[in-house]
Design a protein around this ligand. Structure first.
Ligand SMILES: Nc1nc2c(c(=O)[nH]1)N[C@H]1C(S)=C(S)[C@@H](COP(=O)(O)O)O[C@H]1N2
Ligand SMILES: [Mo]
Length: 344
């Protein structure tokens, strides 16, 4: 995998790999370059794989993944980001995978609605969450307790029932690859990636909040103020062209992406040096859940110039100056500064 130019490998086993910077310039990430984040070895499953739906339901039952091909299909273009993306930008760098900027991709996911599956089994009225259980497991990485854990994450019932929450069988028009969760994965648009459970083996409807390892010990914001679950993707922006650290002419067209899991992007501003914040132009976004392109033409001073971009969404979330530091290094959406070398 390490020679694969389509991905920048952060760790080979289990595979954790970033979308390379050159590929992040594209509006849609080609399938081979969609970032990968796996906690455990990839399970080998095929379309004969069965998914059990159980817990607080009228009729517990199994579905063979192949049968979903006959159900109504839904396809969505989604920007998915790992909650640990840009962990390396935190000071000091917290424990965890050393992600730079590329644990984010934008691709088309197709499959059935989770709500359609839940309708078939009948949701009992007191259900609060749907726990998606993966087919992957392994040792816990905090070493406080021995024994294996299975990847499992809970979704509030109203998010599980949302018409855009998918059980996906396809990515970019092709059946899912093993690394991306074949044959069936959740896709929860707007949420950081951990919610989009791969290799779904069971869906468990529960009447009390789930307290599994990946719900309470991992994918939580752990600070001196307590523990909060990681949920939606925080508002973020970054420039893809010219590439950070590139040489460029004084007259440049700056281009980048902005997204928020809470609401559409309302504004992106750009600062050159310590000058005023300038408002970038926003392109119409290709989907409610895909990143928004911003552009700004600038006349830069010669020499090495520092620039910053700051996005705001339509419910008022703004990128902060400083990342909110947390033990596990999630949700780093601080304003990012970068330099350009402007030719004479
Ligand atoms: N079963 C399972 N699902 C999982 C994971 C995992 O390790 N096991 N990783 C999660 C995390 S942290 C992210 S960011 C996304 C990444 O999805 P991708 O590898 O298809 O990009 O998958 C999520 N779903
Ligand atoms: Mo992640």
């Amino acid at each position: 995998m390490s020679e694969n130019p389509s991905l920048n490998v952060v760790r080979a086993h289990p595979l954790c790999a970033e979308t390379p910077p050159a590929v992040l310039t594209l509006p849609y990430t080609p399938a081979a370059s969609v970032y990968v984040r796996s906690n455990f070895p990839t399970p080998a499953l095929d379309a004969s794989h069965r998914v059990t739906v159980r817990g607080a339901v009228q009729n517990a039952r199994e579905f063979v993944v192949a049968e979903f091909a006959d159900w109504p299909q839904h396809e969505l273009l989604v920007t998915m980001e790992c909650a640990g993306n840009w962990r390396l930008g935190m000071e000091p760098v917290p424990e965890g995978e050393p992600w730079s900027w590329g644990a984010v991709s934008t691709t088309r996911w197709r499959g059935v609605r989770l709500a359609d599956v839940l309708a078939r089994v009948g949701v009992q009225p007191d259900v609060v969450e749907v726990v998606a259980v993966g087919a992957d497991s392994g040792p816990r990485d905090d070493a406080t307790e021995p024994g294996a854990v299975t990847f499992a994450r809970a979704l509030p019932i109203e998010v599980a029932m949302h018409p855009d929450t998918l059980l996906a069988t396809h990515m970019d028009g092709q059946p899912l690859t093993p690394d991306h969760g074949a044959p069936l994965r959740l896709v929860v648009p707007g949420w950081y990636g951990m919610a989009s459970v791969k290799w779904v083996a069971a869906l468990e409807l529960v009447t009390a909040p789930f307290t599994g390892y990946f719900q309470r010990q991992r994918y939580v914001y752990r600070t001196s103020n307590g523990v909060e679950p990681v949920t939606r993707a925080r508002v973020k922006s970054f420039v893809v062209s010219p590439a950070p650290n590139a040489r460029c002419d004084a007259e440049v067209m700056l281009r980048g992406w902005a997204w928020s899991g809470y609401a559409p992007i309302a504004e992106v501003s750009v600062q050159v040096g310590d000058g005023p914040w300038l408002t970038a132009a926003l392109a119409p976004s290709a989907s409610d859940y895909a990143w928004t392109e911003f552009t700004l033409s600038l006349s830069l001073p010669r020499g090495t110039v520092t620039l910053r971009t700051r996005a705001r969404d339509s419910v008022g979330n703004v990128q902060p100056e400083q990342a909110e530091w947390n033990d596990l290094g999630y949700g780093n959406n601080a304003i990012r500064s970068f330099t350009l070398h402007v030719a004479d």
